[in-house]
Design a protein around this ligand. Structure first.
Ligand code: GDP
Ligand code: ZN
Length: 459
């Protein structure tokens, strides 16, 4: 099948010193040659070389841009087609003109994700790798990009292939038993074998699914609300974490009225921080809006940092709010440790045994390391740094794995109830198919189109 040659700007527009116009397809070199003036014609240069020259508008003979052009011949390319990359200086205007010239001279504008789609269609990468590319583009911290990177390199694929192979082995073994019964209770023995092996596979799928919560956090960030009464040091903490002055720090109670959102990298975990106005009853309307939004943010937060002032006694209001947070992930921060202790933490210990308590002094910069360690412990048992396991972080994969788990659970249950073996076999085949969908076997064309259209343009 011969696909049209496509082109697009493959670097973020307006960012970076260099912008690349990328072409892929059988006519890529010819089209580029039509626009390019250099020492040699591009169809004469060796593959995988970069060549200095100029882009000249063939209609007007006007020199448009000074460029470096990379020529990469199929099949050793990202898409397994001929690829030409025209490196421009990056002024948005000229880059656009170069792109327009390629379009005018025989290529078509690439759809979002179309380069990666071709890499997939031409068998260069599997679907989970392709999705890894997409996650990589969006990932927010280096830890998150590591996960996406592993996926891109086929880690999940290898794991899933291993599982599928095991299912096939089990099915083959069952066939052998049924076809060549050596003893009388073969049916019973086979059922027991099936059940045992299915349980192992189920456990593996479950293990994989458990990583999904962590994978999601790495990819999307952990939404974190900093709450507490006015003036306890919420904004100071936020600023300390961001090490930047995006939130307003003020000595006047209740003046941080806007909810600010910032990402901050804590031990490799991207926290999506929401600064909230102090939670308390108030007559001030502007402040009330802030308070209303705070309560909402609180409900949606995956992590709540509840800040108290070491220099003030615990109030009934604090207890009331903390009570309402009983089933959320809360870390209590006793701040202003540098001031005289007037807060009795023993009440907190006994009333909220589940909530870790961290003592800080933001002005002196103490205790924040401890807080960061607590966060890592709470969500990753502290070992996020390794990021070594295979993480599942993609919703489509999670959904398929959940289905696979449900089907194999059925198989185990059926085996338990002495359902005929071939019914159990059918469930195992179904599990095998669902796992196959994760790595892109048997996925419908429509699904593929939908997936790749989510990519950034130019990838
Ligand atoms: P928020 O209203 O909870 O956001 O509190 P802010 O962050 O605006 O802080 C209120 C005041 O407390 C400011 O003057 C801060 O400098 C001060 N503050 C914050 N943390 C500490 C601390 O650990 N010790 C002392 N002594 N003051 C602090
Ligand atoms: Zn504040």
């Amino acid at each position: 099948m011969q696909l049209e040659t496509i082109s697009s700007i493959s670097t973020p527009v307006g960012e970076g010193a260099i912008a690349i116009v990328r072409l892929s397809g059988a006519d890529a070199v010819e089209i580029a040659d039509h626009l390019y003036k250099g020492a040699k014609k591009l169809d004469e240069v060796a593959s995988h070389t970069i060549n200095y020259g100029h882009i000249v508008d063939p209609d007007t003979n006007e020199t448009v841009e000074e460029v470096m052009v990379a020529v990469m011949r199929a099949p050793r390319t990202y898409t397994r087609e001929d690829i030409v990359e025209i490196n421009c200086h990056g002024g948005i205007h000229t880059v656009n003109r170069v792109l327009q010239l390629t379009l005018k001279n025989g290529s078509r504008m690439a759809e979002p994700g179309e380069f990666t789609k071709r890499a997939f269609l031409n068998g260069r990468i599997d679907l989970s790798q392709a999705e890894g590319v997409m996650d990589f583009i969006r990932s927010k911290t280096t830890e998150a990009s590591k996960v996406a990177n592993q996926q891109m390199q086929g880690r999940l694929k290898t794991y899933i292939e291993g599982l599928r192979q095991r299912i096939l082995t089990v099915l083959a073994q069952v066939e052998v038993n049924i076809d060549y019964p050596e003893y009388d209770d073969v049916e019973e023995a086979t059922t027991a074998f099936l059940k045992e092996e299915s349980a192992k596979i189920e456990a593996e799928i479950e293990k994989l699914l458990k990583t999904s919560a962590q994978g999601k956090i790495l990819r999307e960030g952990l939404s974190t609300a900093i709450v507490g009464k006015p003036n306890v040091g919420k904004s100071s903490l936020l600023n300390y974490l961001i090490q930047d002055n995006k939130a307003i720090v003020t000595e006047v109670a209740g003046t941080t009225r806007d909810i600010l959102e910032e990402y901050v990298n804590v031990n490799g975990i991207p926290l999506k921080l929401i600064d909230t106005a102090g939670i308390r009853d108030t007559d001030d309307i502007v402040e009330k809006i802030g308070v209303e939004r705070s309560r909402q943010a609180l409900k949606e937060a995956e992590l709540i940092l509840y800040v108290l002032n070491n220099n003030e006694p615990l109030t009934a209001e604090d207890l009331e709010i903390l009570d309402s947070l009983a089933d959320q992930n809360v870390i209590i921060i006793v701040n202003k440790l540098d001031l005289e202790a007037k807060l009795d933490t023993s009440t907190l210990h006994s009333r909220y045994p589940e909530m870790p308590i961290v003592r800080t002094s933001i002005v002196e910069g103490t205790g924040v390391d401890d807080l960061e360690d607590r966060i890592a412990t709470l969500f990753f048992e502290g070992d996020i740094q390794s990021a070594d396991s295979t993480y599942v972080s993609n919703n489509r994969h999670i959904h398929l794995l959940e289905q696979a788990k449900a089907v194999i659970s059925d198989a185990i249950e059926s085996a338990d109830m002495d359902v005929p073996i071939d019914i159990v076999q059918i469930d195992l085949v179904k599990t095998w198919e669902l796992l196959g969908e994760v790595i892109g076997e048997d996925v419908s064309e429509q699904l593929i189109d939908q997936l790749f259209s989510q990519f950034c343009l130019g990838k």
